[in-house]
Write a protein that binds this ligand. Structure first.
Ligand code: SF4
Length: 229
């Protein structure tokens, strides 16, 4: 699996996909990447050290993702990230977190001592679809709640049951309110969740202009950041 890449087309940065302890939730209906989680702390740290040693500081911006939240990375991995930040002069860190950890984000900021852009997988701002169909357990009522904590959101597109209206509403919210967003076109995996090809075709035709908007990254395949498998 590729776990290090340099993103050069928008929002230039290095990105690493680290291994972590199990996602505390682990029950989102569309997610099978938690299979990358492990309970073997030594093995996790060993692999993460190898990946983190590839960072050069080329753009002074680093994104760290794991199949879960940054709070599920072992302490030694966090220490290693911190030392790389200072060695390589990283100025901005991008980290992912579930909504449930929202009250711990400030702690993470103080720990690293540099600006952090926190990214959250909201998948959709439609409450019912997010929590009842995707089983996301992200119980905020509207985007203003998210904006209080997070600067970047991930949205999922093209799942059976999703509607054009839901997607249009999600796009309006991210275009008008968030500093960064990642749009993931759903790739079928080992879960029972299915892709809606017609909806995806409609989205690609209607939202081509997103390719020219710097703050929005569209992942047509879930490996488009150059990490994962
Ligand atoms: S919170 Fe993220 S990692 Fe955890 S089950 Fe849901 S999608 Fe998967």
């Amino acid at each position: 699996m590729d776990r290090y890449n340099i993103i050069e087309n928008k929002n230039n940065r290095e990105i690493v996909l680290l291994k972590s302890f199990p996602c505390f939730w682990g029950k989102c209906s569309f997610c099978d990447y938690i299979e990358d989680n492990s309970l073997n702390e030594d093995k996790i740290n060993k692999l993460n050290y190898e990946i983190l040693n590839k960072i050069t500081g080329k753009y002074k911006r680093l994104e760290v993702i794991n199949s879960g939240s940054c709070f599920e990375l072992p302490k030694k991995t966090l220490e290693k990230i911190k030392s790389i930040i200072y060695e390589k002069n990283i100025k901005i860190l991008f980290l992912e977190s579930h909504w449930a950890y929202k009250d711990k984000l400030e702690e993470m900021k103080s720990y690293f001592g540099i600006p952090i852009i926190f990214k959250i997988g909201v998948e959709t701002f439609d409450y019912n679809f997010r929590n009842k169909v995707l089983n996301k357990n992200a119980t905020f009522k509207d985007y203003n709640d998210v904006l209080r904590y997070f600067q970047s959101v991930c949205i999922m597109i093209g799942i059976k049951g999703q509607t054009k209206e839901m997607i249009q509403n999600d796009m309006d919210i991210i275009l008008n309110n968030f500093e960064y967003a990642t749009i993931n076109i759903f790739t079928e995996n080992t879960t029972n969740i299915k892709r809606d090809e017609n909806l995806i075709k409609w989205f690609k035709d209607s939202y081509k202009f997103l390719n020219h908007i710097d703050k929005i990254e569209v992942l047509y395949e879930n490996t488009d950041f150059g990490v994962g498998d």
